[in-house]
Design a binder for this molecule. Structure first.
Ligand code: ADP
Ligand code: F6P
Length: 480
């Protein structure tokens, strides 16, 4: 079995299997099983660019964590990654804040990471790079002479050519993607968007359903919808957390149902629209007074970026307005929690909620939707309301699919979910759960790695090296 090298902006805590998310645990298990490396940022910004990374050994795995300088953090993480690529890839051109120094910082950190990682690599390693922070990493590794198979997985959406073309660096980004042997996306839409871009604006030639030829190389571009540890999450949800159980019993006695939302406080998650829909539900159904509550858990994230502090203020005002209008001394219709909740508590909270309200305006996959389904009691399951713009909507067809921009429709669907007969809830949930058990984190990992290894029967092909193309170049033209 070939050694695995995982590269991601944040590195999982390899000491613990309980604190990190199911996906990080799944990746950690894969790297533990094969032996290898997990490389990324150490979470600190008190270093100097290129400071030696810290190496810690856990069994057969080296955890290599590199510090960043304050300038790196500002330009690479808050800047190009989260003020350019994040909004652009989530179709929010209005929130893109492009600056040349952000792009330079992004290239500098990627190049530095490549230099720091290269000495640890062995010729037969399989390298798997994750997410938008690290698009050009393969190009920089190739420049250093790395000939290993390198795969990339994008956890967030990939935009259509017209939107991508709004970035001054679109051609470099796409060239950089094609320096990988396998490029994985969450959905058919994302794969289609890159294919359209390549057809109209690139010299790469499509030579199969999911293969492109560039010079003497072949690149596989395909969809690998990410899964969760479905069985593990379901087991966690069954573990009674005392406080959650007491809350559940209280609501049972009061005959009160709970709608739950769990998201980082990100503008892509559609949180204001979601709160408005809840307000509309209460407005249109006065009989629901004291019969329903909405619990929204939304911890802070990337607050140094203006768009994130703006959304926080908007939500606080909205939550206050809804409670001000509808609350009574013994009923708070909307509870808004602005912090992380341990997964051990989150899982039973999902299970004790009759509606999972997951309505991003755009999302790569949305793992919360999958976690909510996995956590339900199959005998008496809750109902998932899911945005058609979440990647998960391609798989979770038996959810109530909504347009997150249509407040009235969301309010109607909330009512439908709250009043859905048991038989229908069971039927929908059984079908959703079957999908999640089939496409779990293990299946996702195995599927991607089989293609990266070019195993017979996988969807892969052999990739041959070509010269790296990721050179900062201001002479590019936007697509015609
Ligand atoms: P994103 O990657 O954009 O944050 P996802 O829905 O795909 O969105 O994944 C979010 C992950 O973070 C899920 O595993 C979810 O359980 C976890 N999470 C989100 N909000 C919280 C919270 N308040 N407390 C604990 N975990 C959270
Ligand atoms: O899924 C998208 C993503 O950006 C992940 O790459 C990341 O781990 C998560 O959201 C949380 O974001 P951040 O690492 O910026 O806190």
């Amino acid at each position: 079995m070939r050694r695995l090298v995982i590269v991601s902006n944040r590195v999982a805590d390899l000491r613990s299997t309980t604190q990190t998310g199911g996906l990080a645990v799944g990746l950690a298990d894969a790297v533990r099983e094969r032996g290898g490396i997990w490389f990324g940022w150490n979470g600190e910004a008190d270093g100097t660019t290129g400071d030696a990374p810290q190496v810690e050994r856990f069994g057969k795995v080296d955890r290599i964590a590199a510090p960043l300088s304050a300038k790196d953090l500002s330009e690479y993480y808050y800047g190009y990654s989260n003020s350019v690529l994040w909004p652009l890839f989530h179709y929010r051109l209005d929130l893109v804040n492009y600056r040349q120094e952000f792009f330079d910082g992004y290239c500098r950190v990627n190049e530095t990471f490549a230099r720091q990682l290269a000495p640890f690599l062995q010729p037969d390693d399989l390298i798997w790079v994750h997410d938008y922070h690290l698009v050009p990493l393969a190009s920089f590794l190739r420049r250093l002479g790395c000939k290993q198979r390198i795969g990339f997985f994008l956890h967030i959406p990939f935009p259509p050519p017209d939107l991508l073309g709004a970035s001054p660096n679109h051609a470099q980004l796409v060239d950089a993607l094609l320096d990988y042997d396998v490029v994985g996306f969450q959905t058919r839409t994302d794969v289609g968007n890159l294919k359209h871009y390549l057809a109209d604006h690139h010299a790469a030639v499509q030579i199969g359903r999911n293969r492109f030829s560039i010079g003497s190389r072949t690149v596989v571009v395909d969809r690998f919808p990410i899964g969760i540890d479905t069985a593990g999450f379901a087991a966690m949800a069954r573990q009674a957390d005392e406080a959650v159980q007491i809350d559940l019993m209280r609501r049972k006695i009061l005959g009160r149902k709970q709608i739950i939302g769990v998201d980082r406080l990100d503008y892509s998650k559609g949180l204001p629209e979601r709160m408005r829909a809840f307000g509309r539900l209460l407005e249109q159904h006065p009989e629901l007074e004291k019969a329903v509550t909405f619990l929204q858990i939304a911890p802070p994230t990337r607050e140094e970026v203006d768009a994130y502090s703006d959304i926080r203020q908007e939500l606080e005002a909205l939550a206050g307005a809804i409670n001000g209008r509808f609350a009574d001394f013994n009923w708070t219709p909307l509870r808004y929690i602005h912090r992380m909740v341990p997964r051990e508590k989150l899982a039973p909270l999902y299970r004790g909620s009759q509606v999972g309200f997951v309505t991003p305006l755009r999302d790569g996959m949305n793992l919360v939707a999958k976690e909510y389904v996995a956590a339900q009691d199959p005998e008496d399951p809750g109902v998932l309301i899911l945005s058609k713009f979440a990647g998960a909507a391609e798989e979770l067809r038996q959810a109530l699919i909504v347009n997150p921009y249509d407040i009235d429709d969301m309010a109607r669907r909330l009512y439908q979910a709250l009043t859905m007969p048991l038989k229908e809830r069971q039927r929908r949930h059984a079908a959703l759960l079957e999908t999640l058990l089939r496409n779990d984190a293990k299946a996702w990992l195995g599927g991607f790695l089989a293609v990266l290894e070019g195993k017979p029967g996988s969807r892969s092909t052999e990739g041959l090296k070509r010269p790296a193309s990721f050179l900062p170049d201001s002479s590019q033209q936007p697509p015609a």
